[in-house]
Design a protein around this ligand. Structure first.
Ligand SMILES: Nc1ncnc2c1ncn2[C@@H]1O[C@H](COP(=O)(O)OP(=O)(O)O)[C@@H](O)[C@H]1O
Ligand SMILES: [Mg+2]
Length: 312
């Protein structure tokens, strides 16, 4: 079977005030229809850049992206994007935000009544029926992300691209949304590329975890197949040796093979760069949901890293 999406020898160089900066090099990835792929790697390695190239928001300097046999060089509704911070229009209700995308994709193809039913169906998928006529400033962060996901799903994209969709949410909300997403995935079998900082999230949701090396000139270091049957249950998996083995593989990639030290800072800083400890901290947060026994003994970033490796 041909892959749905193919990245071939993708590289990109940015022109910066200090000269050119090579962010990515030789990125090769084939994704099949219905696959759920996570991209993981340290902050600033180039995950968003990969996603933005697939979205058509950035143009690769070398290589290219082919979706369904067609080269990607601009954004299109067949590639819907969900960002970390919802990008809803503040003056429109949840319903109207989804409607905007639905009209863009289905104008002339669905009747007015069909569009209404379709918008409501997608809001129902993310459990937002009760608040669909509220504006973004009237709903919580988690609800806004739900609307963002409904809007993306409602476009019936061939690929759903998500850049740390739950990164700004508290652990409990994040866990709820991960569960909703797994339910939706079971129903729709979307093809997904999701960037995450969270090792547990990656293992729980993915068919494959694509692990990126540190930049500059970042590339794919390893790809891990997650062969856990679905539906997946976070509580059962917490005690599953296979689940812990996968977590350990990812942690060892991030903190041994691609360990970041202070003498090895990223070449440039970006707004969304977070200290390494965030990654581990998030993992602890998620684990608080995943397992009843929370390891609350971390006393600082270094201790957290050690704990993470010990308990992995
Ligand atoms: N438009 C740009 N101009 C210059 N450098 C950029 C630009 N976008 C990203 N970069 C740099 O490319 C690298 C990868 O960034 P990014 O893809 O945002 O990383 P991640 O999403 O993994 O945190 C970083 O060093 C970042 O500073
Ligand atoms: Mg990013």
């Amino acid at each position: 079977m041909n892959p749905l999406l193919e990245l071939t020898q993708v590289g990109i160089e940015f022109n910066t005030a200090k000269g050119s900066f090579r962010a990515l090099q030789n990125v090769d990835l084939k994704i099949h229809k219905g696959e759920y792929i996570s991209l993981i790697g340290h902050s600033g390695c180039g995950k968003s850049t990969v996603l933005n190239i697939v979205a058509g928001l950035l143009q690769a300097t070398e290589g290219g992206v082919v979706l369904n046999g067609k080269e990607v060089n601009e954004p299109g509704p067949e590639r819907a994007v969900v960002f970390q911070n919802h990008s809803l229009l503040p003056w429109l209700s949840a319903y109207e935000n989804v409607e905007l995308a639905v009209k863009q994709v289905f104008r002339g193809k669905k009747s007015k009544a069909e569009m209404k039913a379709w918008i409501e169906h997608n809001l129902e998928l993310v459990h937002m029926t009760h608040a669909m006529h509220k504006r973004p400033d009237e709903i919580s962060g988690g609800m806004k992300q739900r609307v963002g996901i409904a809007r993306a799903l409602a476009m019936e994209p061939q690929v759903l691209l998500m850049d740390e969709p739950f990164g700004a949410l508290d652990a409990l909300t994040r866990a709820h949304l991960q569960d909703s997403l797994m339910d939706i995935q079971k129903e729709l079998n979307n093809t997904v590329i999701m960037i995450t900082h969270d090792v547990d999230e990656a293992v729980l949701l993915s068919d494959r975890i694509v692990m990126m090396t540190n930049g500059p000139a970042a590339t794919i270091g390893e790809i891990l197949d997650i062969e856990l049957e679905r539906p997946r249950n976070r509580l059962q998996l917490a005690d599953d040796p296979r689940y812990n083995h996968y977590r350990h593989q990812v942690l060892s990639f991030l903190y041994e093979k691609q360990r970041k030290t202070d003498d090895n800072p990223p070449a440039t800083q970006t707004r969304d760069q977070a200290p390494d400890s965030t990654i581990i901290k998030e993992r602890h947060d998620t684990r608080a949901i995943n397992t009843p026994a929370r390891q609350a003994d971390a006393r600082g970033p270094e201790q957290e890293k050690l704990n993470a490796l010990k308990t992995a």
